[in-house]
Design a protein around this ligand. Sequence first.
Ligand SMILES: CC(=O)N[C@@H](CCC[C@H](N)C(=O)O)C(=O)O
Length: 370
Amino acid sequence: MVEVRRRLHQIPELGFAEFKTQRFILDYISRLPQERLEVATWRTGVLVRVRGTQPTRTIGWRTDMDGLPIEEETGYDFQSLHPGNMHACGHDLHMAIALGLLTHFTANPTKDHLLFLFQPAEEGPGGAQPMLESDEFRRWKPDLLFGLHISPDYPVGTIATRPGILFSNTSELFIDLTGTAGHASLPHRSNDMVIAASQLAMQLQTIISRNIDPLDSAILTLGKVTIGTKQNIIPGSARLEGTIRTLSMDSMEKIKDRIRSLVKGIETGFECQAHIDWGANYCQVENEENLTREFMEWAGREGGVQVVECREAMAGEDFGYFLREIPGFMFWLGVDTAYGLHHPKIQPDERAIPVALDLLTSYIEWKAGR
Ligand SMILES: CC(=O)N[C@@H](CCC[C@H](N)C(=O)O)C(=O)O
């Protein structure tokens, strides 16, 4: 499965463009014994059902598939073959682990049906919600659903999770400001969006510090601001791009209300036009309490791993949409790397792949019966 991970690492594709990745997965599946397999595609995703021997329910396992628009700097000899794109969030490992589990259970079926979901577009615009609503998913809808995400923060052999919220609510944020461009020497005849955008960027930072309960964590990060073309031209437009993260739905709504008010103030104060686009929104990943506790106790006892009860993460994961309808959980898999998720040099330790396979083979056998 390490080799599978490396092959997938070379073909990172962005959300809903995972064409080669889907082809790779379908080709891999076609080489497995077919007697118990049913395969469907949904957009660039894949659903595989392994028919159980005495089924009473369906146990699901989900992996994401997409890469990120990052120029890779790992120096791997199996580096990305797609310039500008990289698997920098571990989805190559996630897929290899899912294919390893699928391989095992195709040869060693459980009593219950198993459903493997290869879900596109986790990084955006979000594949979980539309996949959940698809006919293909509804036909084989699992009774329980599980998933994992690699974590650079834990050593190999450690997993971390918690009952309740694991990942935050997220909303993307795009604000376009339109004023009037002009000559640098004629500020009175133009309407400078450098000043308007700078004011707005600073004002937005007051929302978390002044409007949100300090005990209710929230984040507003602007990751990209685009203004101007040349030092002696007053730019007539600006674009601010960011993301909002909260641990409660209420705070998300409050932050959005405050952004609307502040943006209206900028429109009035700077006599410009503004447009807000909330982009992709993900709901929180809320692990089902009893299943998660049971898994943590089981994994510590029989899973051959160290189990850490972690805090909530302010990252987002559209797996949360599945968990709104289906009981289950997600956990962090330690991959012990110096560079964080989304970093061009991230090198997850591949020894985490057999750790996950051993742990999950036993756990799924335990849940789905042999
Ligand atoms: C695990 C992880 O890194 N997830 C991404 C999810 C992106 C959410 C959304 N597109 C946004 O940027 O708000 C993350 O950045 O947390």
